[in-house]
Design a protein around this ligand. Structure first.
Ligand SMILES: C[S@@+](CC[C@H](N)C(=O)[O-])C[C@H]1O[C@@H](n2cnc3c(N)ncnc32)[C@H](O)[C@@H]1O
Length: 234
């Protein structure tokens, strides 16, 4: 497998990934019509927890950030286990956001802030060095070469994530897609991050403090491998 990591040279990768900002948001935003409870949660609870659409975002305490939380299972478990941390989560898919609001209401947590849209547009408005951890878990893989620019792990988002993480902060990338794993290692490893893995167990066993996500569970249930990649901001 390690040989394959170098299937693309860095120059080839830079050429394919490009250095232009990734401004478009791909993927679905709307799904089936919301039922009564999700519709109520979107109307009543979402506005209480939502971040503004524009302007600087003021944060004061310990902050963790999740990109594309799906239905929010990982973020909600993190928020429950770490009441002194503010968990900021972004998810453009309205049905995912509504499902997450259900978990938030069920658990009664208050240390979450939400944004229904592009995570990059929130990251850019946060103060530099304000985040302890960033989670990018099972991002849409966009496996075709012509779609490489659509991947969240790319030049522009990485530069923004590096700026917003504190020194020593952590970027976690989980994926069940081998191409995305290779792309992530090659794209991240020569930037402002150090990959923490020293042995196989460091990337093929989920750490205890890494709650399971829905896509991870699907992959494992189908017998597919999952990669758990942890990088420290240097
Ligand atoms: C494959 S799902 C994974 C969901 C969840 N993280 C999990 O592991 O179960 C990827 C999610 O990322 C979201 N997404 C895609 N682009 C995004 C972006 N630019 N900002 C925030 N979320 C994004 C999608 O809407 C989708 O819900």
């Amino acid at each position: 497998m390690w040989g394959k990591l170098y299937r693309l040279t860095r120059n080839e990768l830079t050429h394919k990934a490009g250095t232009e900002p990734q401004r478009n948001l791909y993927g679905r935003r709307k799904g089936p019509k919301l039922r009564d409870r999700p519709a109520r949660l979107m109307a009543e609870l979402y506005p209480k927890l939502a971040l503004p659409d524009s302007g600087p975002i003021i944060v004061e305490q310990r902050n963790w950030f999740e990109v594309g939380f799906g239905k929010g299972e990982h973020m909600v478990v993190n928020a429950q286990a770490n009441p002194d941390v503010l968990c900021i989560g972004c998810e453009p898919y309205v049905n995912g956001m509504a499902a997450c609001l259900g978990l938030i209401e069920d658990t009664g947590i208050t240390n979450v802030r939400l944004y229904m849209g592009d995570a990059l547009s929130v990251l850019e408005r946060l103060p530099d060095a304000s985040l302890e951890k960033i989670f990018v878990l099972h991002p849409d893989p966009w496996p075709k070469t012509r779609h490489v620019r659509r991947r969240f792990i790319n030049e522009k988002p990485l530069a923004v994530m590096a700026a917003k993480l504190k020194a020593g902060g952590e970027l976690r990338v989980g994926t069940d897609h081998e191409i995305y794993m290779e792309h992530s290692l090659m794209t991240i490893s020569h930037k402002s991050f150090t990959w923490t893995a020293e042995a196989k167990k460091d990337w093929n066993i989920r750490p205890d403090d890494w709650p399971e996500t829905r896509y991870e569970a699907w992959a494992l249930g189908e017998g597919r491998p999952v990669w758990y990649l942890r990088f420290l901001r240097t």
